[in-house]
Ligand binder design. Structure first.
Ligand code: NI
Ligand code: MN
Length: 228
């Protein structure tokens, strides 16, 4: 089964699988590294990890234009409904559900989650996606390092998408420790380079991962895809 992952800049990703477009954390308006616009991007499902503006981003506008189903914690889906989003599906940490694109489980993430208007966004989450062919993608979203990443790794992760930007999330050193805990087949860094505050040398980080672990690495530029 052909599955394509495209980095849309910052923590935004597009997963094309089973003939569906799944957007993750679609932050384009005001994102200096966005590779698409909210007016053009395709979406059948939108996954939102937490309430911060650089993750919930353009969700409302995209969902209203496309009719995409927004999947997030209950606090966020309730907020989206009040903004006029027509289709939502609430979940919460540890829960899994099978959707037309595959099975989705919410993982813990150590971060915060206030929505843009100050509303409570509940707890932040990461995403464990099992594709229809059984391969697994872990998008950690915004988080610090946590030892339970080992439990996520125990599920057998084919591809991990990890933040390396530091300041708001794990930095390069802790992201390398995360790779050791998760032991994915491959890792791709995200949540760096959007602003000077989270500037990182992703290629240097990838070289460290390759030298010190058995995990393969891919470093993308915004707009580039990985055929999974
Ligand atoms: Ni955040
Ligand atoms: Mn963020």
């Amino acid at each position: 089964m052909k599955t394509t992952l495209t980095w849309l800049g910052h923590s935004a990703w597009q997963l094309e699988t089973a003939g569906l477009n799944v957007l993750i954390d679609p932050f384009f308006t005001g994102n200096p590294k966005a590779s698409v616009s909210a007016a053009d991007v395709k979406a059948d499902f939108i996954l939102i990890s937490h309430g911060h503006g650089d993750h919930i981003g353009d969700t409302v506008a995209i969902a209203q234009r496309t009719g995409a189903t927004c999947i997030a914690t209950f606090e966020i889906t309730e907020w989206l409904r009040k903004q006029g989003v027509p289709r939502v599906h609430p979940m919460n940490t540890g829960g899994a559900r099978t959707f037309p694109f595959g099975n989705l489980k919410f993982t813990i993430a150590h971060h915060t989650s206030m929505l843009p208007d100050g509303s409570n966004g509940g707890n932040p989450v990461g995403f464990l996606i099992r594709l229809q062919d059984g391969r697994k993608i872990y998008h950690a979203a915004d988080t610090g390092l946590f030892y339970d990443m080992k439990l996520i790794g125990d599920e057998g992760i084919d591809l991990a998408i990890l933040p390396i930007g530091d300041n708001f999330t794990m930095g390069p050193d802790d992201a390398l420790r995360a790779v050791r805990l998760i032991q994915p087949q491959r890792v791709i860094p995200t949540h760096f380079g959007t602003w000077d505050l989270i500037a990182q040398d992703a290629r240097a980080w990838a070289q460290r991962v390759q030298a010190e672990t058995a995990t393969a690495t891919t470093v993308l530029q915004p707009g580039e895809s990985w055929n999974f």
